[in-house]
Design a protein around this ligand. Structure first.
Ligand code: PDD
Length: 287
């Protein structure tokens, strides 16, 4: 089956899906993105993802490439044309194509938009959740505005590669004082001995994950207590449970940190409960 991408108003075969060499996304990483999960043919938490896209665009003074309604239609079309029932839909929006100059181009340059979709193997995801992830830690080396979901992901790329080279699944960014920030592409959580869910506050230093926000709703439904505060690497290593959240992995247990087993080295019960209850709570928009 040929894969189809949406590029600036056209549905094109994946191998012909290209942006101009002077696209500012390519030249400067001057753009933002979103990733939504597709579950059983529905787009998960689309309202929250498009609200965050709106915020990222506004923070960088990039115009919307099309109306929100048209964007939903284009996303659905890409999902349908690629026959994706369970998977991911990606949107990248950049400041557009203009002669290379660091400052913003003249008004009237249209933002570029690319939409792609791919299938996810839900069985493989479930298997991974049953065993959990090994993570390593890396020093925080990103800029301050990680609250904006930009396509400038080089530190995240290097962190993930370091994890892969070390035989681990993922990497966490940690501040010099030992405070845990977030994963290379996820938010991180711990469950304390008293069964309290702890995750860093999202005002600074991390991306406000959509899965993170929806897990707050899930936890409220399950009557679990949440604390939004900093936690240290030592606290994470000593926690009852550790997990990560993202659109690509939903709620994913972490079973070791820098080679140190979390609890008994198996996914925790609360983590698995949150994973199971997630889709009963998350918003589902028809694709
Ligand atoms: N990443 N923090 C970072 C740095 C991320 O890149 C992501 C998501 C998250 C979790 O956000 P959400 O729950 O909205 O997916 C936190 C996406 C999935 C990616 O880059 O593939």
């Amino acid at each position: 089956m040929p894969r189809i991408a949406y590029v600036n108003g056209r549905y094109v075969p994946h191998r012909e899906a290209m942006v101009h060499v002077e696209d500012r996304g390519y030249q400067f990483a001057d753009g933002v993105y979103e990733v939504c999960e597709i579950s059983r043919g529905f787009i998960v938490d689309m309202t929250r993802h498009l609200d965050r896209l709106d915020r990222s665009l506004r923070e960088l003074q990039i115009a919307w490439p099309m109306s929100r309604k048209a964007l939903h239609i284009a996303m659905s079309e890409v999902i349908h044309r690629n026959l994706v029932r369970d998977g991911l839909v990606y949107l990248q929006v950049t400041r557009g194509v203009a002669p290379r100059d660091h400052a913003f181009p003249a008004p009237g340059v249209r933002p570029s938009i690319v939409i792609t979709a791919k299938r996810l193997d839900t069985v493989a995801g479930a298997k991974r959740a049953a065993t959990g992830l090994d993570v390593i830690t890396v020093p925080e080396n990103r800029w301050e505005r990680v609250d904006i979901k930009t396509v400038g992901l080089l530190p995240n790329v290097l962190a993930r590669q370091k994890a892969k080279s070390a035989g681990a699944h993922d990497a966490w960014f940690v501040d010099p004082d030992g405070t845990v920030k977030e994963g290379a592409s996820s938010n991180v959580w711990i469950v304390t001995k008293d069964n309290v869910l702890v995750t860093r506050q999202a005002e600074t230093g991390i991306l406000r994950g959509i899965t993170r926000t929806t897990v707050f709703d899930v936890a409220r439904k399950l009557e679990l207590k949440i604390e939004e505060r900093n936690f240290s690497l030592d606290e994470a290593k000593a926690a009852k449970e550790v997990f990560m959240t993202s659109a690509t992995t939903v709620v994913m247990p972490v079973v070791s940190i820098d080679g140190h087993s979390v609890a008994n080295g198996h996914p925790g019960a609360t983590t698995l409960l949150l994973r199971e209850a997630f889709f009963d709570v998350a918003e589902r928009s028809p694709a």
